[in-house]
Design a protein around this ligand. Structure first.
Ligand code: PLP
Ligand code: COI
Length: 362
């Protein structure tokens, strides 16, 4: 099969009777009608198609159920004011998917095939892209489907892509403005260790963070900040976002290494900040030192960023011990808001795309 051989087996169906008001769309709950899907058998991706999505049937011994051989991506299509629908940095998601697949002993999906698969789904369901500040969230996923209880890499795989009309990732925040969230600092669990899978999007990374997320929720936090697993209390990242600190006029974020996901939003924020003449330093950040600087006012803003949430302010850190550290005035800071405006301006086609990040597909 050539990479671009994708059958479109679905009529284009508009969102008749479905309310795509971004203010009413809870993240992750509304699905566009179609999916892209392809099966990997005998060493080849086969039968690539866009069709009406449906439940799937797998053997209970499928490798994914027992040994978690599964990876995913998160990306978005944005509806511009002129009606066009554009993807943001899709090739970067394709490259990260390829790295995740390699780490998890899964077959490669080549970059062109990945991007074309995403585009064919987005073109088919373009009408399901809500207006600004909403977006169409895209979830490419691959899993091992071979039945067999022996511990080994699957020989058969399913690669599928879902599309979800979305509003703000966090309830109560408005994707139009920059909201803030309260973040639980995980002091006794970590999400990644050296040599592990922290720098790829393995589903297992999320499985092991769920208990801590639930603990955090009980303490009023909607996200978790993970520290390094060596006990040095170095800041790594949130469960689904990278993190930045503002001290003076400088932006600080931990340097990438094998326990941190190289976020595409993180990279975009760094670039946008540099374009604005803001000094950015990728340097290790110690949580206790950062907490002290927050309390003394030297660190004035902390924010998180990722595809789903874009840029979101952090208003408070809550430690496992119960210690609470309020950040800035508890509202999104000036630089946080400025970076969000710049980034969303590019994503929604309002500002010049200096780096060739956007790709109009429909
Ligand atoms: N870190 C983790 C653990 C994530 O799951 C994500 C989201 O994909 C990010 C960071 C941010 O990455 P990106 O900006 O590419 O969405
Ligand atoms: C994203 O931002 O796309 C993510 O994948 C984070 C989260 C929804 C898991």
């Amino acid at each position: 099969m050539t990479t671009l051989d994708i059958q479109i087996n679905s009529p284009r169906t508009g969102p008749v009777g479905v309310d795509l008001d971004p203010a009413k769309l809870e993240f992750g709950k509304t699905f566009a009608p179609d999916w892209f899907v392809s099966e990997y058998r005998n060493g080849l991706w086969q039968n690539a198609r866009v069709e009406t999505s449906h439940n799937i049937s797998l053997h209970p011994a499928a490798i994914v159920f027992h040994y978690g051989q599964s990876i995913f991506e998160g990306m978005k299509a944005y509806r511009w004011a002129n009606g066009k629908v554009a993807l943001f940095r899709p090739k970067d998601n394709a490259r990260r998917f390829a790295r995740s697949a390699e780490r998890m002993a899964m077959p490669q999906v080549d970059t062109d095939f990945f991007v074309e698969a995403v585009k064919s789904l987005v073109r088919t369901d373009a009408e399901w892209t809500p207006r600004e500040p909403g977006s169409l969230y895209i979830r490419p996923t691959m899993m091992g489907t071979e039945a067999g209880i022996g511990v080994h890499a699957s020989h058969d795989f399913l690669f599928f892509i879902l599309a979800l009309p979305s509003g703000a990732y966090f309830r109560g925040t408005n994707a139009n403005t920059v909201g803030t969230v309260t973040v639980y600092v995980a002091e006794t669990t970590s999400r990644a260790a050296h040599g592990g899978t922290g720098d790829v999007k393995a589903s297992a990374n999320y499985a092991i963070s769920l208990r801590t997320i639930e603990e955090g929720k009980k303490k009023g936090c909607s996200q978790v900040l993970f520290l390094d697993s060596n006990g040095n209390r170095q800041v790594e990242e949130l469960g689904g976002m990278n993190v930045f600190f503002v001290e003076g006029n400088t932006l600080y974020t931990p340097p990438l290494h094998d326990t941190i996901l190289p976020g595409i939003t993180r990279d975009s924020v760094i670039q946008v900040a540099q374009d604005l003449g803001i000094d950015v330093r990728e340097t290790p950040i110690q949580i206790d030192e950062a907490a002290e600087k927050i309390q003394s006012g030297r660190i004035s803003e902390v924010f998180a960023c990722g595809t789903a949430a874009v840029v979101i302010g952090i208003n408070e850190f809550v430690f496992e011990t119960g210690r609470r550290v309020v950040i800035g005035g508890g509202v999104a800071g000036e630089l946080t808001r400025r970076l969000n405006t710049e980034l969303q301006g590019i994503q929604f086609g309002r500002l010049p795309d200096r780096h060739g990040w956007t790709e109009v597909v429909a």
